[in-house]
Design a protein around this ligand. Structure first.
Ligand code: THG
Length: 274
């Protein structure tokens, strides 16, 4: 599983304030903890910085890579100027989060993608907006795969995001996204699927439970990347266990290593009792 750590996101008040103040230590602390917890990418979302987005994006990337030279960033912005600033600041190959099927976005981002050759997340939305129809969203994903392939992005560097909506508002939202994940896996082997799944539980109690169960269902359909909080130990233990059960952990090596490291011990009370 490719884990994208979600914590450096300007829609969180504490992060917006830290970015505004260029509070390096606070941002680095979030970066270090997520990296140590096993994130493959650190998402950096600067949306709330408005006009300062490009400058802040470059600042955060240089800050993080200065401290953690192996860390890679998921450049999470809808602003092409911020994306470009991020590409220029980044060492190694970043993950662009994201492109979608909107013509304006495609026109602005394709030249940057051609120049910098990042890995790319494609969202299943286009100029007709967001559809609750699985066929339509799947087709947007398929078109994005064709578009990115034509522009020299390899299948292993494409991540399709089926988008996740609250099941409290649209009771089939969960199954719609699962079906898109399954169809991408079946028809485009080698292409990754990714989602930021915490939206699924919006408006319902016990959100963490819902997020964790949905993750397991999505992994069963082929989800192989996720934008999550890697400090959520129960979620991470569930992901390791599901990876083993899905036949992607030879000799259960990863599972046993996690066990020995204490990473599976997420419920001490239950363990002690039985
Ligand atoms: N797909 C893609 N990118 C994405 C998303 C997606 N990026 C943003 C988002 N969705 C995923 N990232 C986050 C980051 C932080 C939080 C949730 C999703 C978060 N949420 C708190 C909560 O749910 O309780 C509330 C905010 C807070 O702590 O203040 O922290 O779907 N490609």
């Amino acid at each position: 599983m490719i884990i994208v750590g979600e914590r450096i996101n300007s829609t969180r008040k504490s992060i917006a304030a830290a970015l505004e103040a260029r509070a390096a230590e606070q941002i680095l602390n979030q970066a270090r903890r997520q990296w140590d917890a096993g994130a493959s990418y650190l998402d950096v979302n600067t949306a709330m910085m408005r006009a300062q987005e490009p400058e802040v994006m470059a600042w955060v990337i240089e800050l993080i890579q200065g401290e953690l030279p192996d860390a890679l960033i998921a450049i999470d912005s809808a602003n092409p100027a911020a994306v470009e600033a991020g590409f220029r600041a980044h060492k190694g190959r970043p993950l662009l989060n994201s492109i979608n099927g909107e013509k304006q976005r495609v026109d602005a981002l394709i030249p940057l993608i051609r120049e910098h050759g990042p890995r790319v997340i494609g969202l299943t939305i286009n100029d007709d907006g967001i559809s609750q129809d699985a066929d339509l969203r799947y087709r947007i994903g398929a078109e994005l795969i064709e578009l990115l392939s034509k522009n020299e992005i390899g299948l292993d560097d494409i991540f399709i995001d089926p988008l996740i909506f609250p099941v409290s508002a649209e009771y089939q939202a969960g199954s719609t996204s699962l079906s898109i994940i399954g169809r991408i896996r079946e028809n485009y082997p080698g292409v990754h699927t990714v989602c930021g799944l915490s939206n699924i539980s919006f408006g319902l109690p016990e959100r963490r439970l819902i997020n964790q169960v949905y993750m397991m269902l999505a992994m069963g359909c082929g989800l192989d990347a996720a934008i999550i909080d890697p400090l959520d130990r129960r979620m991470m233990a569930g992901i390791i266990t599901a990876t083993t059960l899905l036949g992607r952990d030879k000799a259960c090596k990863r599972y046993l290593k996690a066990y020995r490291g204490g990473d599976l011990n997420v419920d001490p009370a239950t363990t002690a009792a039985g």
